[in-house]
Design a protein around this ligand. Structure first.
Ligand SMILES: [Zn+2]
Ligand SMILES: [Zn+2]
Length: 239
């Protein structure tokens, strides 16, 4: 039997695309039907490295990975949607507009889309890109962690909240070049205290831009003995 949450009736969760409340009887996994249909979900051929939609179906890699692919420390990634104006607004509200609830619907969609493939690839545990505690205090939550929790709840893959910590409060990467990003992320992460040793892990974040953040995290994970680092994001730029 489906669990009924009274709060869903009093305060129905909002659709991540249009931001309107969606009643449970009209909800398609937390989205309105039309909004779910409008999401730019990547369904065609993907880049073998970063998972973005390929513009040239003859190729195996996107233009970004043809240029920088070999330098990546992560092994492979998957993204749910191609970044567009609607995704930009959605992620902005998720991060800064007090719409942490979007993470429930988005995490489920990530699980429905990718959990089987990731389990087949041996994924044993999930790590979210950590925020520095100063930012958590300011924002109240870490959106990557909420996405990871929802993904784990729906996929059954365990979440390791303290596997990696952010020890440096890095500047926002938005307007930085690739080398500036890499420099800014140096020594940003360290392995936390934990009893588990993962061999194959998934790193979850909201968006993939140049991959610098995921690489910085993958570097620390690999130094700690993780053999394979996959990533999963809600959005990624086009090819
Ligand atoms: Zn909607
Ligand atoms: Zn790529």
């Amino acid at each position: 039997m489906k669990k009924i949450n009274i709060l869903d009736y009093l305060y129905p969760p909002r659709c991540p695309v249009c931001d309107k409340p969606v009643l449970q009887k009209e909800s398609h996994d937390g989205f309105c039907a039309t909004c779910l249909g409008k999401l730019p979900i990547i369904r065609g051929k993907r880049c073998c490295k970063c998972g973005r939609a390929l513009s040239d179906l003859e190729k195996e890699y996107c233009s970004d990975c043809l240029k920088y692919g070999l330098a990546h420390i992560y092994d492979k990634g998957l993204a749910l949607c191609t970044y567009d104006d609607a995704l930009r607004d959605m992620i902005y509200r998720l991060k800064y507009g007090n719409r942490s609830e979007y993470a429930n619907a988005l995490g489920k969609l990530l699980a429905d889309s990718f959990a089987t493939a990731l389990k087949r690839a041996g994924a044993e545990g999930v790590v979210a890109v950590p925020l520095h505690e100063k930012r958590i205090r300011k924002r109240g939550y870490n959106q990557a962690e909420l996405l990871a929790k929802s993904f784990c709840m729906h996929s059954g893959i365990p979440f390791y909240k303290h596997y990696v910590e952010r020890v440096k409060d890095t500047k926002p990467l938005k307007s930085m070049s690739r080398p500036e990003r890499q420099n800014n992320l140096k020594k940003a992460f360290k392995i936390g205290k934990n009893d588990v040793k993962l061999k194959v892990s998934i790193v979850i974040d909201d968006i993939y831009t140049t991959g610098s953040t995921i690489d910085a995290l993958a570097e620390v994970l690999k130094e700690a003995g993780v053999h394979k680092v996959y990533f999963l994001t809600v959005a990624i730029g086009d090819d």
